[in-house]
Design a protein around this ligand. Sequence first.
Ligand code: ADP
Ligand code: MG
Length: 308
Amino acid sequence: MQHEGNPLPKNRKKETERLAQDSIIQIHDLVYTYRHREEEINLPAINGISLDVERGSFTAVIGRNGSGKSTLAKSINALVLPTSGSVIVDGFKTDEEAHLWDVRQRVGMVFQNPDNQLVSAIVEDDVAFGPENLGINPDEIRTRIRIALESVDMYEHRKMAPHLLSGGQKQRIAIAGVLAMHPDIVIFDEPTAMLDPGGRKEVLDIMKQLHEEGITVVLITHFMEETIHCDRIVILDKGRVAIEGSPVEIFARTEEIEALGLRLPFAVEIAAGLRAHGIHVPQDILDTDGLVKYIVSESDTEMKRSKA
Ligand code: ADP
Ligand code: MG
């Protein structure tokens, strides 16, 4: 599907519903081994992953360093091709050369360091870079730049030099550059790792917004708090899927998560501590806000009871 014309389609969500239960990414028995100098023995970076990602879903991928997260991301947009197994994006196999651009156009990538993703001296030129490479006509490019910059709330900064922007703003420009290509899927590979809490929130809010607009979002992150509102969490370990499930399912498995070398979200850790002391906390409380509200309401009830 070639996206002609204008705005980031607001009707994507409808289309998404129509195509419900449709896997936009299908990964089957994927193995990927980096090739080094001959004498070295390599373990596969990806060692037998099968995974489907629903169109329009928001998936978080977590796992300790070296577990294969970035390699998985690169496999989805055909930056690396399967050693064995297959990756199919919106019906196109990543290793069929004739469809390389069909895959690349559908999958946008946002990386950790915004400085490495910005190539131009002016914000709007940066956003134009991708569409220009697609050979899109100048009128259409101008429209795309405006809409992409508006959707990350950076249109008024369009004439600025990227190096004068904050980390969060630079990352939003990088995201605008990806959106200007009209991707169906955006993969964020630790997009907030180099940002301060303010910048982190800006980028997180944009990811949520893109998801609401119907874009399929895959978020690779070290920050557990960023995963609690996703549809699904996939935990990688040594190039394999160790656990997957909804945030509530995943974070009920506290011991397994810790055994995989991962921290729990702060509120989940506190809730687990409270439970260990015999205090009941519902399993679906994953964020501090929810936990505070629960404790306040329980202690209110307690106080009323002791007064009565
Ligand atoms: P993560 O993103 O989870 O930290 P990666 O996908 O970057 O994991 O890496 C998975 C494994 O592949 C690691 O053992 C890593 O050392 C190895 N690896 C990653 N990139 C390369 C590369 N360009 N060449 C060789 N080995 C690599
Ligand atoms: Mg990585």
